[in-house]
Design a protein around this ligand. Structure first.
Ligand code: ATP
Ligand code: FE2
Length: 334
């Protein structure tokens, strides 16, 4: 059997996954960099990735129970993402490929989220809503590419929830990301406070809404539970509106929800409702594969490798702003 080792390092996580060419996940190891306070600092995260790279690769091989020589191809997340983080992962991947004398494949991070979602969720041709700390997009495959039907014009929805939570004085606890803390408080909220609802065409904007919510926080007039509830209702309705319109337009029969924010039960219920109304199947990707992970890079690496899409080391530069709709994906059939 042939195996691919995939390295993910676009942001705060350094992940290594190993898959067999027939789609079995043998290992999926993640080492997360957690800043002591505030958001991610790209250089600090990259330093973390460099420190743990050897250990995480070793652990993945051990978990998979294979020797490095059994690896047939190395894949890495080539973009989009933070420069220093991407470069650290790319360096590790190049070193491995050179040492083992095997081919290298550069993978688009957003495509990888969709491909692992298809594998895990057993969907063939879904409309995907990918919502995380750094991304917010609605995509489906049409005419040879993953098209972007809607996306954020400014910050990502996860970032919006995180900044609001930090402004409210919440601190991420072990095993509980800020978005999950907002969800917990929102469950206790009762009154809806109106916030700016900004959908432009098929695109979304969260920064004005975040400013408005932060101002309400400062005035300390409303309970935090009601503010969290209202923030969630507003941002998730915006996401649901755009997803529903894309679904009506594309007539896809499956909806895939992925990314860190996919864990949110309220978002799941709103999307599941519109999916039902369109007679489509709704699928939420479990956290292990919805968050950034190496398995998704390995799997997409296999698909690309099987279509001859390897890159020479000297051309394996990272692409910080690599858009999903620029990716040539010959392994997907229309
Ligand atoms: P990417 O590179 O994909 O943008 P990321 O590391 O920023 O990656 P993820 O790890 O996929 O993002 O997701 C983290 C985001 O998910 C954070 O914004 C976090 O607050 C949010 N999140 C996690 N759990 C929940 C939840 N239950 N409800 C809402 N948001 C959540
Ligand atoms: Fe991601």
């Amino acid at each position: 059997m042939s195996y691919c080792l995939g390295i993910e390092s676009t942001a705060d996580d350094f992940g290594v996954g190993i898959l067999s060419f027939d789609g079995k996940i043998l290992a999926n190891i993640i080492s997360a960099y957690t800043p002591e306070r505030g958001g991610i600092h790209p250089r600090e995260a990259a330093r973390h990735h460099a420190e743990v790279a050897g250990e995480v690769v070793g652990k993945a091989l051990q978990t998979a129970g294979i020797t490095p020589q059994a690896i047939r191809v190395v894949a890495f997340s080539q973009g989009p993402g933070m420069g220093p983080c991407l470069r650290t992962g790319a360096t590790a991947a190049r070193a491995l490929a050179a040492y083992l004398k095997i081919p290298l494949v550069g993978v688009n991070h957003c495509v990888a989220h969709i491909e692992i979602g298809k594998l895990i969720g057993e969907t063939k041709d879904p409309l995907t809503l990918y919502v995380s700390g750094g991304n917010t997009l609605v995509s489906a495959f049409e005419a040879g590419r993953y098209r972007v039907f809607g996306e954020t014009l400014d910050i990502a929805v996860g970032n919006c929830l995180d900044v609001f939570a930090r402004d409210a004085g919440l601190h991420p606890e072990e095993g509980m990301p800020l978005g999950a803390m907002v969800e917990k408080l929102a469950n206790q909220g009762q009154a809806f406070i109106s916030l700016p609802y900004i959908v432009k065409g098929m695109d979304l904007s969260f920064s004005g809404l975040l400013t408005a919510a932060a101002q309400l926080l400062q005035r300390a007039k409303y309970p935090i539970e009601d503010l969290c509830f209202s923030l969630q209702e507003t941002v998730f309705s915006m996401l649901t509106e755009v997803t529903e319109r894309a679904l009506a337009h594309t007539e896809k029969k499956e909806v895939l929800l992925t990314g860190g924010v996919a864990a949110n039960k309220r978002l799941q219920s709103m999307l599941s409702q519109i999916t039902d109304e369109h007679d489509a199947r709704f699928c939420v990707i479990p956290k292990e594969y919805a968050l950034d992970n190496g398995a998704m890079i390995a799997w997409t690496g296999i698909l690309a490798y099987q279509h001859g899409m390897t890159i020479p080391i000297e051309k394996s530069f990272v692409k910080l702003k690599w858009r999903l709709d620029e990716v040539y994906a010959p392994w997907v059939r229309d």
